[in-house]
Every structure is written in C-alpha cells, then in structure tokens.
Design a protein around this ligand. Structure first.
Ligand code: DGJ
Length: 518
C-alpha cells in the first residue's frame, strides 16, 4: 500500500516500497468526466507529470441517497492506467473552496435535515454546518462507499496513491456557525483535548482564545468532522490522506496590514498558517496538511514552505499557479524535501495556467509554457532517484532571486558555487538570467561524488575557503540520463564544459561528477 513514512525528520511517500516524488498536474474542476478525459491525458503527458490529481464529485457519485454511481471514478482509474499515470483523487464533498457547491441536490434542497452555517446576522449561507451530525453522517457514508469501491478496483494495482479529503474546507461568509446547536457548544468550555494540545488554560472559547475564539471554534469543529470522515475512509482502504488549504494571504499592496480575516479573506476554519497546530492535533487521520500556492511572491512562498514543513507534517504542494516564478519555486519545494508538487488547471479546460491564444486548442506547447513542463521533463526520468536522495537528506537546491546571481550550497567538506545566467566572462560576477529564472539542484551520491542539474546555472565545486580549482580537481564528469533508476553515460564533459563550472543552460542536462583533492 502507498504510505507516508518519516525518518530523521524527513518524509517520503512510499509507492511499491520506494520513495516517490509526485510530479503532478491537477485537472480542471469540471474536467473529470469520461467525455473530457481524452483531452485531459495528453496535457498531463505533455507536462511530463507522473500523477494526475482529479476530483470526485459527491453530487455525481450519489445522485440519490444511498445510490452510488462510480462511472466517473472508474473512467479516471482506467484512463490513468492506460496513460501510465498514478492518481490522487480529490473528494469534493461537504466543502469545496469554502462552500458546499458539490453536495448532492437532495442535500442542497433539504436545509432542515442538512443544516447550513448561519452567519452572525442569523442568515443561512451556502456552506454546510460542521456542527451537524447529519451532515457528517451523510458525507462519511458517501466517502466510505468511495473508499470501499477503490479497495475493490485498486486494491492490488495502487494506481490511486492518496486521497484529498474535501477541498479547501472552511466557510466563506461567516467566521463560524452561529446556529443554535453551534451557539450552545460555543458557550461551553473548550474541550480538554484542545486545551492540552495547545497548552492553554481551561475556560470558555472566549476566555481561552479571546478575539480569535470564533475562528478556533470553527477550526476545531471542522477538524473533528474531517478527521472522522478520513478515519472512516481509511478503515475501508488505508491509503494516505491529506487536506489542501486556502491560505491566509497578506492583502495586496498592503503588506503592513497583515490582519487575518477569516470568513472573508479565506474560508474560516481551514488549516491556514496559524491553525496548523490545532489541525495537526485534532485531525490525526489526515496525514498531511498541504498548502495551495496562489501567490508567486517569493518571500511569501518561502515563509509558507517553512510553515507547512514541520517534524509532524510532510511538505506537499497540491496546487500552484503556472508561470516561470512558480516553476522556479519547485526547486525551493524540493530543497525543503517536498513529497509532491502539482500545478493547477493543466488541461486548460477552464480556469488554470496561462491560457492558449483565443480560440486555440490547448497544445503540448501550452502545457510547457506554464514553466512546469521543463522542470518535470528534467526530473521525471529520475523521479525515484531524486525522491530517494531527498528522503535521505542528500539533496540541496539553489534558486535565483533578483540581486543574488551567485549562491553557495554547503555539503561540509565540499561546497558548490552556483552562478546564474550567461555569459559569465572572467573577472565579472555572473549576470543573472533574463527574468531571474535560474535554479540548480545538487545531490550527494558519495563522499566525493555529486548529481547536478539545473537551468540557467553554472555549478563549480570547491573546498571551504578555497576557490574552485585550488587544491581540487574534477576526476570525472559524466553527462547522462537515468532510465529505470540506472545511469546511462552520454558523454564525458571536460574543457570548456567544466573549466568554468558545470553548465546548465536551456537543454535538459544531468551530470554526475567526481571530485578529488590534491
Ligand atoms: C483552488 C481550488 O482548490 C481549486 O479547486 C480551484 O478552484 C482553484 N482554486 C482555482 O480557482
């Protein structure tokens, strides 16, 4: 079974017993239909993805209570197999982007039995209440049927690697549920399990969390709800489960006003940055809390990677935008030990990565243009090798930022100077690349041996305190490729290809280099 393991503070998603790096592509919200999938698979292939992230719609799967239709799910599993892809299925259940838009019509129209969240003005909104046992029971029942079905059709093949429980859970339109049931709970004391997990002093929600009480109450209610859904699903078919998060973003152009605005700026109750400790403690059946990345501000992106890569949480980016910035940040994620990275909207049928020219069909070129395709083309042939090296803490990356065209990667007795942009004339600092898109990856294969790749970068090894070339030499630099984990030499590099560092320009290039001291 696929599973997430941890060792020395690092994580791996094990697939068939080996670390797996998910190079994903999330398909459009309304693309998981047998009629559309023939257009979807070529986009994923053009992107060199190894995994498709695709939704399962509750409204389609359970059109009448207790009657299940798995046609769309089966089409996804069959199609993924035919296209040699793994799958991550996204359960669009109670929550989708902080609303309830994917619940079946029989739930949408029966607000007495399946109550909505009530806002502070006493009005129902289009979010199901997390404080309703009936809502929980209905979602759990459907999710369990899905997992049971997957056990039947995928118990041996393991095409489906992980399940996303709900989608960007939370409430848009109210900081918490103000229904009578929720009000009664809110008046009581904060449950002991939460008080002790967050090292608080017991008391009512207002006493313990003061001005943040509403959001904490909503997050607690949702975490318990989703944990129960995940646990029940796992009891049927125990594959890893994660949740994705609509983050709390600083308001545009007002970075000094970093005021979190739950229910307006983001769906209240989700595992936004400051709610991660609550969610980790209250939803142990959810293996990973994974941030959706829709800001290409470099500082924000890096802060977010730091927040979500924790000793108790594997880093995984289940969604991000397209474009060269996001593509560059893939290397930041790798440097943080990410188990997966997946741009959103790869099939271009609707909202997604930069759209093709008006009226033009999505083509392979379009998929490349998002910038992610060239990363995946570079890494996909050695995805297992990279996942293994990362799991064992052997991999480091350098990412170009404006004004930092030269960076150091430190392996102790060996260091690597990474210089971005070409040409790099003698006696001058490297120029930086056009658009600052340089990135490099160095992984240690042995005491004096490294795997190196990148784009718009030159990488020169040296000893600490010595310039490259002083009391060290390249013994052998092999350009080559991995096929099924086995290295194949293309040529030896020397002379102009090594004297000013190993060079990685536009053509995907991977080098294994052995260095020596004298
Ligand atoms: C984040 C959601 O999780 C996705 O399903 C999709 O709606 C994207 N936003 C783009 O809007």
């Amino acid at each position: 079974m696929p599973k997430i393991v941890q060792q020395d503070g690092r994580f791996a998603l094990l697939v068939d017993g080996q670390p797996y790096l998910m190079l994903g592509g999330q398909i459009g919200n309304s693309s998981a239909w047998p009629s559309l999938l023939p257009q979807v698979w070529p986009s994923l292939e053009a992107m060199h993805a190894n995994t498709a992230e695709a939704p399962v719609y509750w409204e389609v799967m359970e059109p009448t209570p207790g009657k299940f239709d798995f046609t769309n799910v089966d089409a996804l599993v069959t199609g993924a197999r035919e296209h040699h892809l793994h799958l991550i299925l996204l359960w669009f259940g109670t929550w989708k982007n902080g609303n309830d838009h994917y619940v079946p019509e029989w739930i949408k129209t029966d607000t007495v039995r399946y109550p909505r969240m009530i806002n502070p003005r006493g009005e129902p909104i289009d979010v199901l209440s997390a404080n309703s046992p009936a809502n929980l029971a209905a979602d759990k029942h459907a999710f369990v049927e899905l997992m049971r079905h997957l056990r039947t059709i995928d118990g041996k093949e393991h095409t489906v690697l992980m399940i996303q429980v709900e989608n960007e859970s939370g409430g848009v339109g109210s900081v918490r549920d103000f229904s009578l049931v929720a009000e009664q709970q809110f008046e009581g004391n904060v449950p002991d399990e939460l008080v002790s997990a967050l090292h608080k002093t017991p008391g009512t929600w207002k006493q313990v969390f003061a001005g943040d009480a509403d959001e904490y109450f909503q997050a607690y209610s949702q975490a318990k709800y989703m944990n129960e859904v995940a646990a029940a699903g796992k009891a049927e078919f125990p594959i890893p489960m994660y949740m994705n998060v609509w983050l709390s973003y600083p308001p545009a152009e007002l970075p000094e006003r970093r005021i979190p605005n739950p229910g307006i700026g983001y769906p209240s109750g989700g595992a936004v940055q400051r709610m991660v400790p609550l969610w980790k403690a209250m939803a142990p059946s959810i293996d990973v809390i994974a941030p959706d990345m829709y800001s290409d501000d470099s500082t924000f992106f890096r802060e977010t990677l730091n927040t979500y890569s924790r000793p108790d949480n594997a880093l995984m980016i289940p969604e991000c935008g397209g474009g060269l910035n996001y593509a560059r940040y893939f290397f930041y994620a790798l440097g943080h030990g990410a188990i997966g990275f997946s741009p959103f909207g790869v099939d271009r049928i609707g909202w997604g990565m930069p759209a093709p020219a008006a009226g033009a069909p999505a083509s392979a070129e379009d998929s490349q243009r998002g910038g992610h395709g060239e990363n995946f083309a570079l890494i996909a042939p050695m995805d297992r090798v990279i996942a293994e090296l990362n799991f064992h803490g052997k991999l480091k990356t350098a990412v170009e930022e404006p004004g930092s065209a030269q960076q150091e990667i430190d392996f102790g007795p060996w260091q690597a100077t990474v210089s971005f942009g070409f040409p790099q004339p003698d006696g001058r600092r490297p120029p930086g690349s056009t658009g600052n898109i340089g990135r490099a990856l160095v992984a240690q294969l042995g005491p004096d041996e490294f795997l190196v790749t990148g784009m718009q970068a030159a990488v020169a090894f040296h000893q600490p305190g010595h310039l490259p070339g002083l009391r060290m030499q390249i013994l052998r630099a092999e350009e080559g490729t991995y096929q099924d984990g086995v290295w194949h030499l293309t040529r030896l590099l020397n002379g102009d290809q090594t004297d000013r560092g190993l060079q990685f320009r536009d053509r995907p290039t991977v080098v294994r280099v052995r260095v020596g001291r004298f």
